[in-house]
Design a protein around this ligand. Structure first.
Ligand code: SF4
Ligand code: SF4
Ligand code: FES
Length: 364
């Protein structure tokens, strides 16, 4: 363990911890942009500068390992001035057209701009350099005029998703992020998981289906209904409709990570064809008109209530078991159910119906 002081407060952290993380342990907030706790330290934006007693110049705390007896200062007039100048410099090559703007609250970049008294609408570059939405990826929106070259998308794709799609090309003021060797994202083997979007601190990468949908009026944290992993995320709701899905960093199973289905496959929720009530064949209700041999798709379905539908199901299962035995029945459950629901189906199959014919799709 290493002992140090930050702003005069003592803290003990494991050897090799970065100063930024040690400060977090004390509840001290240091401005950051290129850093993210899930990603390898990069030390690129210099916003997290701190002063260390006895060291020359300011140092990037996100990439500075602690040393025994270190004395760190995170706030001073000189640090404030340096951070403000860094943000002004980033704004020099930043242009927000304002038409995406679909995130609840500010982006991380906007937050620090406002904190240091800068107004992105007034202080940003008046000129644009790139075409927005130029990448044909079906779910990721790219607007490089909002990119500050923090490299988080590059590291997220590499370290979280393992796809190595993004890279940094060109040099100096012309530097830009680019998929593969200046190709498009899908050609560079993008899986459309949206991890690069989730980690982007400016909205330069955004969710294409949400572009133009406006800002959500509330967030609802929920569990994904697609598979058995049980990832959590935040549904962004506007006028009772889901307009985007965002990562919830506190999600215990998946953290910031989601697959393409969880992040983008939510249009079924509001689909006009979605069944919202149980349906049964009309003849099962009145018992008079058995299904004709030539009956086609959609024949004779009527909506009913859950009690009626479950009564019919129970009666049918009972009569099949009485006539043909318990093993004439098989039960298929679903990864879309919770573990608890699947446990109950297991009990229903084995102990109520009396068969071991039960299976489950653990994935889609
Ligand atoms: S969507 Fe996923 S796979 Fe595609 S570039 Fe972004 S992080 Fe990589
Ligand atoms: S696209 Fe976003 S995450 Fe990637 S380098 Fe630019 S600002 Fe950073
Ligand atoms: S957050 Fe430390 S250099 Fe960017």
């Amino acid at each position: 363990m290493t002992n140090l002081t930050i702003n005069g407060q003592s803290v003990e952290v494991p050897d090799g911890t970065m100063v930024l993380r040690a400060a977090e342990k004390l509840g001290i907030v240091i401005p950051t942009l290129c850093d993210h706790p899930d990603l390898t330290p990069y030390g690129g934006c210099r916003l997290c500068l701190v002063e260390v007693k006895g060291a020359r110049g300011m140092m990037a705390s996100c990439a500075l390992p602690v040393t025994e007896g270190m004395q760190v200062t995170t706030e001073s007039p000189a640090l404030y001035q340096s951070r403000r100048e860094i943000l002004e410099f980033l704004l020099y090559a930043y242009h927000d057209r304002g038409y995406v703007n679909g995130q609840k609250g500010e982006t991380q970049f906007e937050h620090w701009l406002h904190h240091f008294g800068l107004d992105p609408a007034k202080d940003q570059s008046p000129t644009t350099r790139f075409n927005p939405g130029s990448d044909p990826n079906p779910v990721v929106w790219v607007d490089l005029d909002k990119c500050i070259l923090c490299n988080r998308c590059v590291r997220a794709c590499e370290e979280v998703q393992g796809r190595f799609v993004w890279g940094l090309t060109k040099r100096g003021f012309d530097a830009e992020i680019s998929p593969g060797a200046n190709t498009d994202m899908l050609t560079a083997r993008c899986e459309s998981c949206g991890a690069c979007v989730a980690y982007c601190p400016t909205g330069a990468l955004d969710n294409k289906p949400s572009v133009g949908a406006g800002k959500p009026d509330r967030l609802v944290t929920t569990t994904c209904s697609y598979c058995g992993v049980g990832c959590q995320f935040d549904l962004n709701i506007k006028d009772d409709k889901i307009i985007r899905v965002t990562s919830n960093p506190a999600a215990p199973v998946n953290g910031m990570h989601l697959c393409v289905k969880g992040r983008y496959g939510y249009d079924y929720v509001h689909h006009a064809d979605r069944l919202l009530k149980p349906r049964v064949r009309a003849y099962l209700l009145d018992g008079t008109a058995p299904k004709p041999a030539h009956a086609g798709k959609g024949w004779d379905w009527v909506e009913t209530d859950w009690d009626t539908a479950l009564d019919i199901t129970a009666r049918k299962l009972d009569s099949i078991r009485a006539q043909h035995g318990a093993d004439s029945i098989g039960v298929l459950t679903s990864a879309k159910c919770t573990n608890e629901e699947n446990y109950l189906m297991n009990k229903l199959a084995r102990q109520v119906i009396g068969t071991n014919n039960i299976d489950h799709c653990a994935r889609l």
